[in-house]
Design a protein around this ligand. Structure first.
Ligand code: SF4
Length: 331
């Protein structure tokens, strides 16, 4: 059997430890980081942090974008969602199917993950681990070094490529053993254990559900979900109000050719973006939302500028929207 292993790396401690446990047996490991839109609010920062954690652990990695395939999984996951809109079981199956292709291409012998039996309620129960193993078509070639002694023997173990006696028997949600191992391998740059990607965030999941219900699930609309407060004006139309400078920059960067941007004239404050049906009625609603969220002290004589092209700015007089209406439109 070929000796090299493909490791799923996420930047979290478990995936790094799984790779280290295998590398310690003199087996070469190549790390793969699967990226998709929901990995983090700031993908550039995220990839940099994963790179640093893998470098520290001496794991060579490459990034693979699975955004397109993931959207299919997100729309209708065979195994449902977790607490929010996180289809963890189907997401893992997808990653492992892609890892299997890489394993073949790279002439590797098996795939490893940092999964720990019983660590997560949805995707790391024994039943879920079995489903993931079977559905990924990696049966026998998927090794989970951190819990291997509690799981069925894999082909690399049976063939003696991997010494099963040097694998681990971790289980449950406690982190003390992992932290002791981090010390042993001098790992410091791993991500803090968290709930997972953006899909596990309640507020983000609500905004995403609105996109799905409005048949508007596409990469441009998804990117916008990471910034600002979101309001639905009608089935085809949304308004996004920046909360701070970072939101404002995100909104500006993601403005589409047909989107309308709004901002108070003569008073810095939030940028507001209108996407969808950019009728004057909706522009006025967006301007009213803008004024309601502005800290301007001169609200009574405020003027809103709006434009699709910066050189064609127009003006209107807004009237701050009342709280009840804001709450009704809020996603
Ligand atoms: S938390 Fe997100 S990235 Fe992690 S397995 Fe679940 S859906 Fe996939």
């Amino acid at each position: 059997m070929k000796k090299k292993a493909i490791a799923l790396v996420s930047g979290g401690l478990d995936s790094l430890l799984a790779a280290k446990v295998i590398m310690e047996q003199g087996i070469p490991v190549e790390g793969v980081v699967f990226l998709m839109q929901f990995a983090s609010r700031d993908i550039r920062e995220f990839t940099e942090r994963v790179r640093q954690s893998a470098n520290e652990a001496n794991i060579p990695i490459k990034f693979i974008d699975m955004s397109e395939e993931f959207l299919g999984v997100l729309r209708s996951p065979d195994h449902g969602y977790g607490a929010n809109l996180n289809p963890c079981i189907d997401c893992k199956i997808l990653m492992l199917k892609l890892a299997k292709d890489i394993m073949k291409k790279e002439n590797a012998g098996f795939v490893i993950t940092g999964e720990v039996l019983g660590e997560r309620p949805m995707s790391q129960r024994k039943g879920a681990l079995d489903i993931i193993r079977k559905r990924s078509s990696l049966d026998g070639y998927l090794l989970r070094p951190l819990s291997a002694k509690l799981l069925e023997k894999t082909v690399p173990e049976a063939e003696g490529v991997v010494d099963r006696s040097r694998l681990l028997d971790l289980s449950g949600r406690g982190r003390s053993k992992q932290l002791a191992l981090a010390k042993k391998y001098s790992l410091t740059k791993f991500f803090a254990p968290s709930g997972g990607c953006l899909l596990t965030d309640k507020i983000f999941a609500r905004k995403l559900k609105d996109l799905i219900d409005s048949d508007a699930l596409d990469p441009h609309n998804i990117a916008l979900l990471k910034w600002g407060r979101h309001f639905r004006l009608d089935k085809a139309t949304k308004t996004i109000v920046g909360r701070d400078e970072k939101d404002n920059m995100g909104i500006l960067e993601l403005k589409h050719r047909k989107d309308v941007l709004l901002r108070l004239k003569d008073d810095p404050g939030p940028y507001v973006l209108l996407r969808g049906n950019v009728s004057f009625k909706n522009i006025k609603k967006a301007a009213d939302l803008l004024l309601a969220h502005s800290k301007s002290k001169r609200k009574s004589d405020a003027i809103v500028e709006y434009w699709t092209k910066e050189e064609n700015k127009k003006e209107l007089k807004p009237c701050a929207m009342d709280r009840e209406k804001i709450d009704r439109l809020r996603i």
